[in-house]
Design a protein around this ligand. Structure first.
Ligand SMILES: [Zn+2]
Length: 72
């Protein structure tokens, strides 16, 4: 796994993609894995469950939002 350490989860794309592209994708994927504040219970437990759909782990509140990440 040493060769994929630098680019993290994007290592699977291999060398077909440039390092810059992979770093950009990595930044987006990191945002996707982040938790966001729930508009219902205010806990930071909201995760993207599908494209444009977000769900709170604490109160199970589901809502639609931006396709890839919240907060921008
Ligand atoms: Zn909630």
């Amino acid at each position: 796994m040493t060769s994929t350490k630098k680019v993290g989860s994007t290592g699977r794309f291999g060398v077909r993609y440039g390092l810059t592209v992979r770093q950009k994708v990595l930044a987006i994927e990191k945002r996707q894995k982040m938790c966001y504040e729930c508009p219902s219970c205010s806990k930071t437990a909201v995760k993207r469950v599908a494209k444009g759909i977000w769900a709170c782990n604490k109160c199970s509140h589901k809502f639609t939002g931006k396709a890839f990440y919240l907060g921008e």
